[in-house]
Design a protein around this ligand. Structure first.
Ligand code: F6P
Length: 471
């Protein structure tokens, strides 16, 4: 099918993702209130400028979003798809978050799960319909020969579907998650695994955050398809925007929160400020917050000299609360933090300062106060927090980093590296980080910051676009 746009019309650069750059709430008086999100893709896309005929295709996620689509309210450069709420819930909660996310992060407790039953098949049909809605919208909106960059596990079938509709387009796909190795990927029913790979291989070029995830994808294609065919693979390790973060982290609201946090952290018996072990996560099952708390408890048990002298500042912001397993995990984080505070706390010392209400300014304040950053995911595509904290910490922090985070490929040499399942080992790493000589800590933080900012979002996005066009 050719483009339905008249010649010369349509977008020349298109991005497709489940979550878009804007969301809407319906206010009590019935008016719509728009909120713009941040993140790497938003700043990446801004790099191509407003005159570039760019379009971001995303899904309506809430009733407010659906209402905005129905009222024809929208931002220029964004097209929100009004996908039926039940179809979206099956595709997003049922398949993307409960199956594909679990497979790529290797999260199943296999004695009882996964179970690929008739209900799974029903949800998979919704996932297909949701991917098709994106493919059709992109086919409709793209100018002749345009470049399309599809994002993530929500939309694995789009490249193949779009290729059939519009063979003239340059199609890319970028994975922000790890990719499962073949032994784990083969848990999916054979026809579903083949369909996912076929969908992805409809792209001209596939991007991954690290060599490890790219190699896992290639290995899956060798095991379960006829190799990569004509699809090229690229590695683009998304970094952070140093100028933006440094400026934002010194604004008045952050200074205010630093004062508040200092009060919560308090001072050691000798009158010096307490040391801080800082972590900030969306509470995803892969982040390993509970084992992080257990490691901290082990540290207090193994090294009583740290009692009253250190505080674990843990911000665990709610994520995907439609899923029971996420709600249970969030509750477990709270329970273990409370347990540590009642076992070790004293009238003047709260060992764990846990906050669960998302507050960007307070996160930046915690970054600035960090002596040690704890980033210990079971498995993570990249983990930008591992890049942000060393960059922003006022004193230059030590980084305790899981070898299973994508960031390990870039930051491993200057981090204290841990096996995320090894709680005793992680406790030892926290002690090592807390006792690292100040000079060494600062030197390492400097090198970590340089690595963290090597590929800022704008360049990360433009590199992919140029590679897609050049291919
Ligand atoms: O944590 C990273 C990530 O999985 C990205 O790959 C993805 O784009 C995003 O989270 C999705 O988050 P949400 O489910 O909140 O839209």
């Amino acid at each position: 099918m050719a483009s339905t746009q008249a010649a010369g019309q349509g977008a020349r650069v298109l991005v497709a993702s489940n979550r878009g750059p804007v969301s809407y709430d319906v206010r009590e008086d019935g008016s719509l209130h728009a909120r713009r999100g941040g993140g790497g893709l938003v700043s990446g896309l801004s790099a191509i400028g407003s005159d570039a005929d760019a379009l971001w295709v995303c899904s309506a996620l809430s009733d407010g979003d659906r209402e905005a689509v129905r009222r024809g309210v929208g931002e220029s450069g964004v097209r929100m798809l009004d996908i039926a709420a039940d179809v979206h819930a099956d595709a997003y909660n049922g398949i993307a978050n409960s199956v594909l996310w679990f497979v790529h992060h290797m999260l199943y407790q296999t004695p009882l799960e996964p179970v690929f039953d008739a209900e799974f098949r029903r949800q998979w049909a919704s996932y297909e319909a949701y991917n098709r809605a994106f493919a059709e919208a992109l086919a409709h909106e793209a100018a002749d020969g345009a470049s399309v960059v599809v994002q993530d596990y929500h939309l694995t079938l789009v490249p193949g579907m779009l290729r059939d509709l519009r063979p003239d387009l340059r199609i890319g796909h970028f994975s922000h998650t790890p990719w499962a190795p073949p032994e784990y990927f083969r848990m999916l029913p054979d026809d579903i695994a083949a369909q996912v790979l076929r969908g992805m291989l409809g792209a001209d070029r596939l991007g991954f955050l690290t060599r490890r995830w790219a190699d896992a994808f290639t290995a899956c294609c060798e095991a379960f398809a006829d190799g990569l065919g004509n699809t090229r693979i690229g590695v683009h390790g998304l970094g952070v925007d140093a100028d933006f973060l440094r400026t934002r982290a010194h604004e008045a609201d952050v200074e205010e929160r630093i004062a508040g946090l200092r009060d919560e952290i308090g001072t050691a018996p000798d009158g010096t400020p307490r040391r801080t072990i800082v972590r900030v996560d969306r509470t995803e099952l892969s982040k390993n917050i509970v084992r992080g708390l257990l490691a901290y408890r082990q540290l207090l048990a193994d090294h009583p000299e740290w009692r009253e002298r250190v505080v674990h500042v843990a911000f665990a912001y709610p994520s995907r609360q439609d899923l029971a397993v996420y709600r249970e995990y969030t509750a477990e984080v709270q329970r273990v933090a409370d347990e540590i505070n009642s076992a070790f706390g004293t009238p003047g010392w709260t060992p764990v300062v846990l906050h669960v209400k998302d507050d960007f300014a307070r996160s930046l304040a915690a970054y600035r106060l960090a002596d040690v950053a704890l980033v210990n995911p079971i498995r993570d595509g990249m983990n930008l927090v591992a890049k942000e904290i060393p960059l922003l910490s006022d004193g230059g922090c030590a980084l305790v980093l899981s070898r299973e985070a994508g960031a390990y490929e870039e930051l491993g040499e200057d981090a204290v590296v841990v096996n995320p399942y090894d709680v005793v080992g992680t406790a030892g790493a926290l002690h090592e980080a807390l006792t690292m000589p100040v000079g060494e800590r600062a030197e390492r933080a400097k090198r970590l910051s340089a690595a963290a900012t090597a590929l800022p979002p704008t360049r990360w996005f433009l590199d992919q676009l140029n590679a897609l066009r050049d291919g």
